[in-house]
Design a binder for this molecule. Structure first.
Ligand SMILES: Nc1ncnc2c1ncn2[C@@H]1O[C@H](COP(=O)(O)OP(=O)(O)O)[C@@H](O)[C@H]1O
Ligand SMILES: [Mg+2]
Length: 400
């Protein structure tokens, strides 16, 4: 199951999302959870009283490269493929419109952007959009991920070092530890944090002002956000799956960056199998490129793309082994459902959360799967796709 890799799942992977600022401490695992005591020693983190703003901020892209130096080659490759400006960001028309207006308005007032929450399945362009916003606003973007913000000092360190207008990007924001979330409330609302100075009886709480910044949160699971956090975002935007023509354009663009030759119909064939997701489109293109190179085939056309992706177990509508296993199991063992999430997880060996956040959204989107209070149902289209005759009882179940 290499095609939809765990990179797009949302399991906690502390090392996968180092902060640009302090990759080591932020990514550390196995340390005892730090409570308020870490705030009692301001020297342990950059001094909250005197933010170190002296040096020129590196651009968003330099920061990314730094963060990537610890990442793997694949991550570096992905960075190369990210569009840099709003105009290069393909698709998501309404999102671009909304953000374009927000950017213009904020710039007109000389203010930072409102806090923004982006939600949607993995690989649709949330991180990319956050970097683009920073670029459009001419500020830098600090990237981190909720699982890396285990201790209060992690978030405090990031916040006090932000410069006016900076974007702070927190990935998987629905996973923020409670202490961290509570530090964020006043930071988002009033641009201040409350730090405790001293120990024991002499401990005092002190309010420390922050620069005005923009928090961009990304999540695959907007329902899992607490409402106090959700309410502090001025803009809440959903990313949708991409249309075939948009995916085709993304593949042609990526092919150009990778100096790979692909025909229009070759790009379309890859796009059809990309589950409406740019990250998958790019990944499939790379697999086909490998295939072409090894087989010494030259340009990627439709037939070659189809042959290569068949080999990699990606079927004509983009389903992979796990999708097909899940649906087949529902049909053969449960008459199409309803089937509980845990049963699906057990049958495929994926965890329930990955199924819910990575696999299901696309199956729901293309109408192969339905969610009901009693469980998941394989829709007639799924029966058909897998070569079964959908029974009448299945149709009546859906209409009930
Ligand atoms: N609108 C887009 N246009 C072109 N490429 C995109 C677009 N959105 C995403 N991508 C590509 O897909 C990859 C994954 O996007 P990313 O922003 O990391 O997704 P997310 O953060 O939502 O999981 C990026 O490396 C980028 O190359
Ligand atoms: Mg991301």
């Amino acid at each position: 199951m290499a095609i939809i890799s765990s990179k797009s799942s949302s399991q906690p992977k502390p090392s996968a999302a180092p902060t640009a600022e302090s990759p080591k401490s932020a990514g550390a695992v196995g340390q005892p959870p730090d409570d308020a005591s870490s705030q009692q020693q301001p020297s342990a983190s950059p001094s909250p009283i005197q933010p170190q703003n002296a040096s020129e901020p590196p651009s968003a892209s330099t920061k990314l490269l730094e963060a990537d130096a610890q990442g793997d080659e694949k991550e570096r490759q992905e960075e190369r493929l990210r569009p840099q400006r709003l105009a290069d960001y393909i698709g998501q028309k309404s999102l671009k419109e909304v953000l374009g207006i927000a950017i213009q308005a904020a710039q007109g007032r000389g203010e930072p952007l409102d806090h923004l929450l982006l939600y949607g399945p993995p690989g649709l362009g949330k991180t990319t959009m956050s970097l683009i916003l920073a670029a459009e606003m001419g500020v830098s973007c600090k990237i981190t991920s909720a699982p890396a913000l285990e201790r209060p000092r992690d978030i405090v360190g990031l916040l006090v070092n932000l410069q006016a207008g900076d974007v702070l990007f927190i990935d998987e924001i629905h996973r923020l530890p409670r202490v961290t979330e509570e530090i964020l409330y006043p930071a988002m609302e009033d641009f201040r944090i409350d730090v405790t100075i001293g120990k024991g009886q002499s401990a005092r709480t002190r309010s420390v002002g922050l620069q005005r910044f923009t928090l961009v949160g990304a999540t695959t699971k907007v329902g899992a956000l607490t409402s106090p956090l959700r309410d502090r975002f001025g803009l809440i935007q959903r990313l949708r799956f991409y249309e075939l023509d948009e995916l085709t354009a993304i593949i042609l663009r990526t092919a150009e960056i990778l100096s790979t030759k692909v025909t229009q119909d070759g790009a379309e064939e890859i796009g059809r199998r990309a589950r409406g997701t740019p990250r998958i489109a790019n990944r499939l293109l790379k697999r086909v490129r490998d295939f072409v190179q090894v087989k010494k085939l030259g340009e990627i056309n439709q037939a070659i793309a189809a042959e290569a992706l068949e080999l990699f177990n990606v079927d004509p509508v983009g389903l992979d082994w796990t999708d097909r296993r899940m649906l087949t199991m529902m049909i053969e063992n449960f008459g199409g459902g309803p089937v509980g999430l845990d049963t699906l997880a057990a049958a495929t060996g994926e965890d329930a959360q990955t199924i819910e956040e990575v696999y299901e959204p696309y199956l729901l989107q293309i109408g192969y799967l339905q969610r009901t209070p009693r469980g998941r149902i394989a829709a007639p289209a799924a029966w058909q796709h897998l070569g079964y005759d959908a029974p009448d009882s299945q149709l009546s179940l859906l209409n009930s």
